[in-house]
Design a protein. Structure first.
Length: 278
C-alpha cells in the first residue's frame, strides 16, 4: 500500500509528540516501550494496514490532526463538527490540548458507540455536544455558518456503508457496529461486483456534503482522512475499494458547488482531502 507517511520524518519527532499529546497514563505506557519497539510499531502503522491498536498509533494520529489545525490557522476558539465519530476520540483528545475550552460537536447515531465516546472524553476541557441524529438532519441542531472545521476522521467508508445499509433496511443505530460489519462488507461486495456502488451511494454522499456546507463558515474547511484496518480486509472488505476510498470520494466531489479542494504540503492525496467553502 502507499505509506500513510514517511517513517524517517516521523520517528525523530515522536517522543516530543508523545509528551504533548498523551495523558499521564498513556505516556507511562509509551515510555515503557524500548525505542526500537516504538520505531517498529510506527513503521508497521505507516506502511501496512493497521493490525493492532497501540499507544504509538495514538501519538501519530493525534499529532497529525494537530498539524492540520496548525496548517489551517484556525485561531484559539474553535468550533469543530466531527461526522460519524463512532467512539474514536482522536479529534477531541487533540482539541483538548491544542484548543482547550473550544466546542466539539459530533453527529453520531450509533447508541453504544456514543456511550463509549462520552466515557473516553470524560473530563476533557471541551464543550462537548453529541447530536444523536443523522448528519443529513443537522439543520434541526445547528445554525448556518456556525462551524469552523468539519472532519471525517476515518469516516468516509462508514458513511458509505451507512447509506447502503439504510437502503437495504439494515439497522446501524441500535446494533453493535462490529457485529453489523460483516453484513456491510457483504453489501459492498455486491455493489462492487454489480458496478452499482456509485449509482446507490454517490448522490446521497454529495447531498450530505451540501448539507454540511450550510453549517460551515465561509473559508471553513472539510477535512477527510482514511487508512486501512487489517481486520476489515481479513473479513473480506474489497481491497481496491478500501485502499482507494479517498480517490473515489475526490472523483465524486469533483466540481461540487460551494467549495473547492485545497492542498496542504505533507498530506498525501491518497489518504487526505481538504475542501474549503467559498
Amino acid at each position: 500500500m502507499i505509506p500513510l507517511d514517511d517513517v524517517d520524518k516521523c520517528y525523530p519527532l515522536i517522543n516530543e509528540r508523545a509528551q504533548r499529546f498523551l495523558s499521564e497514563q498513556e505516556l507511562k505506557q509509551y515510555l515503557s516501550l524500548p525505542q526500537n519497539e516504538v520505531e517498529h510499531q510506527l513503521k508497521l502503522l505507516l506502511e501496512s494496514p493497521i493490525a493492532q491498536f497501540t499507544v504509538v498509533n495514538e501519538v501519530y494520529f493525534r499529532a497529525r490532526w494537530a498539524e492540520v489545525f496548525e496548517a489551517l490557522q484556525l485561531g484559539d476558539e474553535l468550533t469543530l463538527l466531527e461526522v460519524a465519530s463512532g467512539d474514536a476520540d482522536m479529534v477531541p483528545q487533540v482539541m483538548a490540548r491544542t484548543h482547550p475550552n473550544s466546542t466539539y460537536i459530533t453527529a453520531n447515531m450509533n447508541k453504544s458507540l456514543t456511550t463509549s465516546l462520552l466515557q473516553k472524553t470524560l473530563g476533557l476541557p471541551l464543550h462537548m455536544k453529541v447530536i444523536e441524529d443523522d448528519a443529513a438532519y443537522l439543520e434541526q441542531h445547528l445554525s448556518s455558518g456556525s462551524v469552523d472545521l468539519i472532519v471525517f476522521q476515518h469516516a468516509v467508508n462508514d458513511i458509505i456503508q451507512a447509506i447502503l445499509c439504510g437502503q437495504a433496511g439494515i439497522d446501524t443505530i441500535h446494533t453493535d457496529w462490529m457485529e453489523t460489519l460483516p453484513a456491510m462488507i457483504k453489501l459492498l461486495h455486491q455493489e462492487v461486483a454489480s458496478g452499482t456502488l456509485e449509482v446507490h451511494a454517490m448522490q446521497p454522499f454529495i447531498t450530505l456534503i451540501h448539507t454540511l456546507l450550510i453549517f460551515l463558515r465561509t473559508d471553513g474547511i472539510i477535512a477527510m482522512n482514511h487508512y486501512m484496518f487489517q481486520l476489515d480486509l481479513d473479513w473480506g472488505y474489497p481491497l481496491d475499494l478500501f485502499e482507494n476510498i479517498i480517490p473515489l470520494t475526490r472523483r465524486w466531489l469533483n466540481g461540487i458547488q460551494g467549495c473547492e479542494e485545497i492542498f496542504i504540503p505533507g498530506f498525501d492525496r491518497q489518504w487526505w482531502i481538504f475542501l474549503q467553502k467559498r
